[in-house]
Design a protein around this ligand. Structure first.
Ligand SMILES: Cc1cc2nc3c(=O)[nH]c(=O)nc-3n(C[C@H](O)[C@H](O)[C@H](O)COP(=O)(O)O)c2cc1C
Length: 397
């Protein structure tokens, strides 16, 4: 049985991917910050919610279709932006964009990605959203926006949770740095993972050279082994609501803020003219000790007018996880690591299988919940998982 056939769930893909990736790549993809509390909390919070399904409803014809920003998507799942995906698969950005297009789900190009956004747009009929790591400098924002307009990006996603680089001790221990620097331990790590060295490292070097910071600013930047002009994080700590308001006045497309965790920020985003927010703690990769995005979601939904798109990401690994967020008011759920695990295990076929898994699980679980459409996935179908007194007594007996 092939590796791909063995993977029946996203967790299976994760297990296989961890075997293939060098430790420093695994640390970069899978890791969180400091004690990993935000990372753990995102996964744990999903287990704290259970379903209260309805029976005897005709669910023969089901649809998980969702409409957003004038597009119909096949299911309420999209690919979150993931920078440096080139270390998982040769031209991974392109494979992700194509798989998303084929599966009719949204794909967000990361500002820290390597395949030029113009190529990704060409491959998908100009459907990619773009995520920006913006400096608090209007002149520089304007230059990037000119490029995005030229490339006909329909949705600009501004990440607001990365004003500074977080404390990623795990990466320091593994000698993994951004910009990427070769060290003896990194070389040894690669040698101990020959499949990755051949399929990813050598293939990339021989095929297209060292990946570049292609989409961070207005022009194709230097290789990821060098600091981009103005630095990778230059002036991000100056970004404020003033810049968001300026962007709104000057950006004709849709505008989404990513990394919103506080209801007041969601309200402010709406008032500033944003078209949506993504509730996210950056996959546990920024502030450690954050509440989970799932916990933040209901208050964010309540803070904005009905119908204002609230999306969410962080820790979603099952179709049932996605449906819990939909029941709590999320229009769409983004995943970050799952499709990278798919890419690491089996390239494009692996990414496609991950989306199929989500689609099948969503369809099956909608039926088991008694839902024909996503509008039927309502808050009464979920409840906190709580061990009652009676259960405690039974357990003690
Ligand atoms: C390897 C990796 C790279 C990421 N790069 C970015 C990025 O460039 N921009 C961004 O806004 N978020 C980035 N994120 C965060 C994701 O967009 C998303 O918020 C998070 O991965 C969701 O959690 P999940 O991985 O548990 O699905 C990255 C996450 C990972 C795992």
């Amino acid at each position: 049985m092939s590796r791909l056939d063995r993977c029946l769930s996203v967790r299976d893909f994760e297990r296989e991917a961890r075997r293939i990736m060098p430790r420093c790549v695994e640390g970069y993809i899978c890791g969180g910050t400091e004690d990993g509390a935000s990372l753990d909390e995102s996964v744990r919070a999903l287990r704290d919610i259970g379903f209260r399904p309805r029976g005897l409803r005709v669910v023969e014809q089901r649809s998980s279709q969702v409409s957003l920003f004038g597009q119909d998507y096949a299911m309420p799942v999209g690919f979150a932006p993931t920078g440096f995906s080139a270390i998982v698969m040769h031209e991974c950005d392109l494979a992700l964009a194509r798989a998303a297009q084929e599966s009719r789900i949204p794909f967000i190009i990361s500002g820290a990605s390597s395949v030029p956004l113009e190529r990704l747009q060409e491959a998908t009929g100009n459907r990619c959203w773009y995520q920006a790591y913006l400096p608090g400098n209007i002149e520089r924002i304007a230059k990037l926006m000119a490029r995005l307009r030229q490339a006909q990006i329909p949705v600009l996603v501004v990440t607001i949770d990365t004003c500074v680089g977080a404390n990623r001790e795990n990466l320091q221990r593994l000698a993994f740095t951004v910009p990427f620097k070769m060290s003896a331990s990194v070389v040894l790590d690669g040698m101990l993972h020959p499949r990755w060295s051949l399929n990813v490292f050598m293939r990339t070097l021989l095929g297209s050279g060292v990946p570049r910071f292609s989409n961070l600013y207005e022009e194709i930047g230097p290789p990821i082994t060098q600091d981009p002009p103005n630095g990778f994080r230059g002036e991000r700590d100056k970004l404020s609501w003033e810049h968001i308001r300026w962007i709104r006045e000057n950006w004709p497309g849709k505008l989404v803020l990513k990394g919103v965790m506080h209801p007041d920020d969601a309200r402010q985003a709406y008032e500033a003219g944003a078209d949506g927010v993504i509730v996210s703690n950056h996959g546990g990769r920024q502030l450690d000790g954050c509440i989970s995005p799932l916990q933040a979601l209901p208050e964010v939904v309540a803070a904005v007018p009905a119908g204002f798109p609230v999306m969410v990401d962080g820790g979603f690994r099952r179709g049932s996880d996605v449906l819990k967020a939909v029941a709590l008011g999320a229009r769409l759920v983004f995943t970050g690591r799952p499709q990278l695990f798919g890419a690491a295990v089996a390239g494009s076929a692996g990414i496609r299988k991950v989306t199929e898994i989500f689609r099948n699980e969503i369809s099956t679980n909608m039926a088991l919940l008694g839902c024909r459409t996503l509008a039927d996935v309502t808050p009464d179908l979920i409840a906190p998982v709580r061990v009652t007194g009676a259960w405690d007594q039974q357990a003690a007996a």
